[in-house]
Design a protein around this ligand. Sequence first.
Ligand SMILES: Cc1cc2nc3c(=O)[nH]c(=O)nc-3n(C[C@H](O)[C@H](O)[C@H](O)COP(=O)(O)OP(=O)(O)OC[C@H]3O[C@@H](n4cnc5c(N)ncnc54)[C@H](O)[C@@H]3O)c2cc1C
Length: 318
Amino acid sequence: MVFPHVFWGEDLDTFGCLSGNSHKRGEFFLFYSYHTVSGGPVLIALVAGEAAQAFECTDPSTLLHRVLSVLRGIYSPKGIDVPNPIQTICTRWGSDPLSYGSYSHVRVRSSGSDYDILAESVGSRLFFAGEATNRKYPASMHGALLSGLREASCILRATRVRQNNPRKCIQKNVGPSNDILLDLFRRPDLAFGKFSFIFDPLTEDPRSMGLMKVTFGKSCSEFSSEDSSKKDVENSCQQLSNLPLQLYTVLSREHAQELLLVPGGDESKLSYLSKNLGLRLMGPSALGNLGYSLTASIANARRGRGKYRISAGQQNAV
Ligand SMILES: Cc1cc2nc3c(=O)[nH]c(=O)nc-3n(C[C@H](O)[C@H](O)[C@H](O)COP(=O)(O)OP(=O)(O)OC[C@H]3O[C@@H](n4cnc5c(N)ncnc54)[C@H](O)[C@@H]3O)c2cc1C
């Protein structure tokens, strides 16, 4: 917005406004003063999250009316008159075909680990850069640039490893716990469709946590034997594209049962997983400490089960 004069104060670079309505908390929550940058009395109002999506399809005159009432709500009580702007522009980054969005936004219930998940490469052959993959410097130019340098170095490393030893390149890039995970998932405690589950055998508590694996590309049954995986690897690295994509999440026994009962096929269950259970799929390396400790405790418990069998909640030596 270009105003006839700087009514907000020459010394101010930025100011914010908290909305009383939680649904509108992203609407005109931040203002940038660009009068020092542009040389004129320019004020930029920012819109984020759900409010930004609504903004894209709202009439500009309605939006102008709303932003002016926010500004007047701030300045009128101070006795400062907010004039009508001389010129306004409504950007629509989401529908602009040259951008399709502006930058990442952390929703309620999302966290920094979502940035790490977005940064995960797929089987050393598909790599992701961009500000939304940079947990440390998101929503910025330098975050985007640094993520590009990070991925360029990952690609170089993967290429070198592949050239030197095609077999090793697969093993090296799937994470340290993947061998154990693959081994544990060879005998899942529960499996249906693309989904398989492992749980701590020492407890039946519905709230106890376990791991779920989802296999994309080939079904679990088509890709269950060690031999077929070895054969793929030995043939050549080009066959990497034939390998299935396996993603994981941590969930409780009761959530696994809930998922089993979701009507419909794998697509409905995947949608339920994210929309109703709020769970995200990730590669083994993004499972974090919880994933590592669960993997270790399930592996230990299974090993112990060779010597001990659980009966009626008691451990008896066999
Ligand atoms: C108004 C505004 C002000 C900002 N001010 C600052 C600032 O002062 N300082 C700062 O550091 N950062 C600022 N940023 C943020 C910064 O611009 C972004 O963080 C950065 O550009 C992100 O770079 P990127 O490469 O991750 O994504 P982008 O630059 O968004 O690049 C993504 C590209 O993918 C393309 N694309 C999208 N969908 C598809 C598809 N389906 N198929 C093919 N291509 C597709 C898009 O067209 C786009 O070219 C600002 C952003 C905005 C919108």
